[in-house]
Design a protein around this ligand. Structure first.
Ligand code: LLP
Length: 401
């Protein structure tokens, strides 16, 4: 169905996702993992809308979660709790208790303090928590500094040089059951080398940890594979994994289960955000194309200077001009695209591309703007997977003094 028709029927801003595109992206990983003992855990922070989770759950995916809220979403979407891994540097006791009681597959622990607390919480429940320790391989993923996580000096993981000692400590705690090793080096990675280097560093540790008598059953290699926003050329997931498995096999670790946590690469290019042009505003230095989507719907340009292609939804014969595409939010940082050539008029629709990942899941209510509606297109079927948020929805829970 035409985006224009959907926008007219459901209003704008409107996120539209393609189920086929999501499954197509997943298939590249599945090809890479064919014949292997492997588990794909969708990094659901990229897009945690229930209808999206349902698609991945039905396709056999587990989930990488970072909060008890995300666990509740997995359950609500019918996901398999045993295939859930819990990442993040700040898990609370309450969150640990909930995840242990639910019976999740593994905790990716990020510090010694967290190991101690998790062991205590598990013992209180008469359980043993399955754990991996997230190690920091200290390789440069060559991506935006805000989304680079595997270098020394950021808050994630345990230093490579300290990992063996921390593993020994974990193995000594009565409430823990050490099952794996974990790493995640960053996001929107478009090169193979950082992954190959990280795998080498992780396998070095696996050798050392096993030599110390602590068996490692799985390697969780995180997510991070990039997508094409603007001529980016990330490796295909199956190609990347062919090279990674060559390394794993060459170093005699073929028997280990492989887990991954891809987010963006599964959904990023499966979604667009359709928005209406409200005004064209010519200026002395710049022309502005003011649309009804804003930084609260699409925060990536304001946060990371990220590029999203913006295209008219219908081809028109108007004269093109160069615009900064901006939203109605009262901030100069509220821009969605700079110096874009567009042939549009007020009332036309534009689509902001590559909006499936880290857009709705990072959306806010700034300026008391309701969050957009979301549709999932599945062949000829169009399903509303999130209704447009009303101002009443936004004020729920607030009280006058
Ligand atoms: N696993 C862990 C432990 C993570 O921290 C992340 C993302 C993922 C998996 C999924 O990574 P992906 O495959 O999506 O790259 N908001 C930023 C991206 C933040 C990524 C945070 N961690 C953006 O819009 O670019």
């Amino acid at each position: 169905m035409a985006l224009r028709t959907l926008a007219q029927a459901h209003g704008t801003p409107l996120f539209v996702y393609s189920k086929a595109a999501m499954l197509h992206a997943l298939a590249a990983y599945q090809r890479g993992f064919a014949g292997r003992n492997a588990q794909i855990c969708y990094g659901m922070k990229a897009n945690s809308t229930l209808g999206i989770l349902q698609v991945f759950a039905a396709a056999g995916c587990g989930f990488d979660i970072v909060s008890s809220g995300e666990l509740a979403r997995v359950v609500a979407a019918g996901g398999d709790v045993k295939k859930v891994i819990f990442s993040g540097v700040g898990k609370t006791r309450v969150e640990m208790r909930g995840a242990l009681t639910a019976g999740i597959g593994c905790f990716n622990v990020e510090s010694e303090a967290e190991l101690d607390v998790l062991s205590e919480v598990a013992l209180e429940l008469g359980l043993r928590a399955p754990v991996s320790i997230r190690v920091n391989p200290n390789v440069d993923p060559k991506t935006h500094p805000y989304i680079s996580t595997g270098l020394k000096g950021n808050k994630f993981g345990v230093a490579h040089s300290d990992a063996l000692r921390v593993y020994r400590h974990a193995a000594s705690l009565p409430g823990l059951n050490v099952v794996g090793i974990d790493c995640h080096i960053g996001s929107q990675i478009t090169e193979v080398t950082p992954y190959l280097d990280a795998m080498d560093r992780v396998l070095d540790l696996v050798d050392a940890i096993e030599a110390a008598g602590i068996p490692i059953a799985h390697i969780d290699f995180g997510g991070g594979l990039g997508i094409d926003y603007h001529g980016d050329t990330p490796p295909a997931a199956d190609q990347l994994w062919r090279q990674l498995f060559a390394k794993i096999d060459a170093r005699s670790h073929s028997g280990k289960k492989i887990m991954i946590e891809p987010g963006r690469s599964l959904v990023g290019n499966a979604g667009v955000c359709v928005s209406e042009v409200i005004y064209l505003k010519p200026g002395e230095q710049k022309n502005f194309c003011i649309i009804d989507a804003a930084m609260n719907d699409l925060p990536r340009p304001a946060l990371y200077q990220a590029f999203h292609a913006i295209v008219p939804v219908s081809i028109t014969n108007k004269t093109a001009a160069t615009y900064d595409v901006v939203g109605p939010v009262c901030e100069s940082g509220d821009w969605l695209g700079r110096d874009r050539e567009l042939n549009v008029a007020a009332g036309d629709f534009v689509a902001v591309l590559s909006s499936g990942a880290y857009c709705m899941s990072m959306a806010s209510n700034y300026n008391t703007r309701g969050r957009a509606a979301e549709l999932l297109v599945d062949g000829d079927a169009v399903r509303v997977i999130r209704q447009r948020e009303t101002v009443q929805d936004q004020m729920r829970g607030e009280q006058l003094v």
